[in-house]
Design a binder for this molecule. Structure first.
Ligand SMILES: [Mn+2]
Length: 290
């Protein structure tokens, strides 16, 4: 049996791999309850819960070339982390592979986007309970409260859609009046349905490739309690599964952030692992049809 310290079914070596799992055990910018640094290994552990065969797609993940690079090294401050993660992710894109990044707090996402070779051509679906649109938070422009703002800096406001948001400061709303980053609230998703919401999201994200950044707190705390800043009235796991499926044919990369296992009975880590597997499955299915 494989070491359960790797992501399940990650048997491929680097050269033959198509998907590359990377953990970023960093939570120094967490604004409420800490612990997301333990997310990557907990998600890996729970990934072994699942059958390698997927009933819906007919794909066996043991046939999909997945490589696990392990965790990025220890970090100092957020700026150190950003510089290190950029360098970890850059060769994955350069080799034509798809990064699957496990966090870590949401500060770990912008460097994964910044590492993309042509960020001006990349769309980003930013799934989160929070807008994360502060220019700076507590003196740190690399705080997890600023992550969508940093991504907008890199790819442009018209190439980012925030999905599932329901918590935002007045300043963020005011700033966005001039910047114009599109967002779809969790309340809108509940009212119109995820199919309609994703049609609207993909109207904005008319790029060839799309990166998905998933803050697990986008999903309702009833399903995903193991996170640092739980926010009621969230998306369902099926909403997010559907969103990932819609983006998968154009998937450039995926991250899953803010899983904080010490507030969890295991279900949040299991859900995160399953959604990472869903992205790999749906992307693989889309490739096989090309
Ligand atoms: Mn959040």
């Amino acid at each position: 049996m494989e070491r359960p310290t790797t992501f399940a079914d990650a048997r491929a070596d680097w050269d033959e791999s198509q998907f590359v799992v990377v953990g970023v055990p960093f939570d120094r910018t967490t604004s409420f309850r800490p612990g997301a640094r333990f997310g990557p290994d907990s998600i890996r552990l729970h990934s072994w819960n699942f059958e390698s065969y997927d009933l819906e797609t007919g794909i066996d993940l043991s046939d999909v070339p997945i490589h696990d690079l392990g965790n990025a090294p220890e970090f100092g401050n957020a700026a150190d982390m950003v510089a290190t993660v950029r360098e970890e992710i850059r060769p994955i894109y350069a080799a034509g592979k798809t990064p699957i990044v496990l966090g870590g707090d949401h500060a770990c996402s912008p460097p994964c986007v910044e590492a993309y070779p042509t960020p001006g051509e990349l769309g980003v679906l930013y799934i989160d309970a929070h807008m994360d649109f502060r220019a700076s938070y507590l003196g740190d422009s690399r705080s997890h409260a600023c992550s969508s703002r940093r991504i907008v800096d890199k790819v442009g406001a018209h190439h980012v859609v925030v999905l599932g948001v329901r918590s935002v400061s007045k300043e963020e709303v005011d700033d966005n009046r001039t910047i114009g980053m599109p967002f779809i609230t969790a309340h809108e998703v509940a009212a119109e349905g995820i199919e309609s919401a994703m049609r609207r999201a993909l109207t904005h994200l008319n790029t060839e490739r799309i990166y998905v950044s998933l803050d697990i707190d986008a999903i309702d705390p009833a399903y995903a309690a193991g996170t640092g800043t739980p926010e009621p009235f969230g998306l369902t796991p099926r909403d997010v599964k559907y969103a990932i499926g819609q983006v998968a044919p154009r998937l450039a990369g995926l991250d899953i952030m803010e899983v904080s296992p010490h507030y969890d009975n295991g279900n949040t880590s299991a859900l995160a692992a399953r959604l990472a597997r869903e992205a790999i499955l749906r992307s693989t299915m889309a490739r096989s049809r090309r």
